[in-house]
Design a protein around this ligand. Sequence first.
Ligand code: DGL
Length: 289
Amino acid sequence: VSGADDARARPIGVFDSGVGGLTVLRSLRRALPGDDFIYLGDTARLPYGTKSAATVQRYSLQCAAALTARDIRALVVACNTASASALAALRLEYPQLPVIGVIEPGAEAAVAASVRQHIAVIATEGTIAGGAYQAAIRRRNPATRVEAQACALFVALAEEGWTQGPVVEAIARRYLDPLFGEPGDDAGGTLRFRGAQPQGAPDTLVLGCTHFPALKAAIQAVLPPSVIVVDSAATTAAAVLQQLGPSNRGAPVGRIRWLATDNAARFARVGSTFFGELLDPAAVEIIDL
Ligand code: DGL
């Protein structure tokens, strides 16, 4: 086995602040079914989205150190907040390791989907404040109009497993009214649209946080039906497949190793809904970073 062949047999490391990155892992596994993965959820320090860029960068470097110590062939940053604040630092720290974030693939998906090149991005405070999404979209098409809105409570709702119902929809309205509602609508009020496609409103909404796909149905319920909702899970998986190619281990189904920094039972319980499969708390190893 040559060195290059050997490298392709190693697992792919994936991390997020918690269980949100499991929406990305789900797509990765579909794209690379024979690959092994190590998933790390930094559940002890969640959320990242309300913390400063410097702190998120420090945490991300620690997550990456834990994964590289377990001999990975690539690192997927399955968290928009960490991708926004730490991607450059991670690439600098590990120049030999392919490091793939979720923002560029998310921007790619949005620009491809938007007919009128008018895109709304919802994400954590940290991601919106850093402007990485806005920049990634404009790099692809400088004429694109980009609206951005931080939706911090969505992370808490998703982590709590509150993914649908009137409370979630009321909060979604409060956040999305200013982007998609009629001018003059009071935030939190009932959305009224000028027909199916409100004039001047974005035609595409990017779920710029890996926790948000869990709330997709509730978000869509308060949007005009014509708005296209995209997330970066599938496009990130496609980017990883394109950049790395599949494992050469020849196994039909790869293994997943689970790491978290706190509370295996909660990680498995909430994570199951994000991953779409039942996770066994006994299989989650708790580590210190
Ligand atoms: N899942 C993370 C993201 O994609 C954010 C969650 C958090 O705030 O920790 O941005």
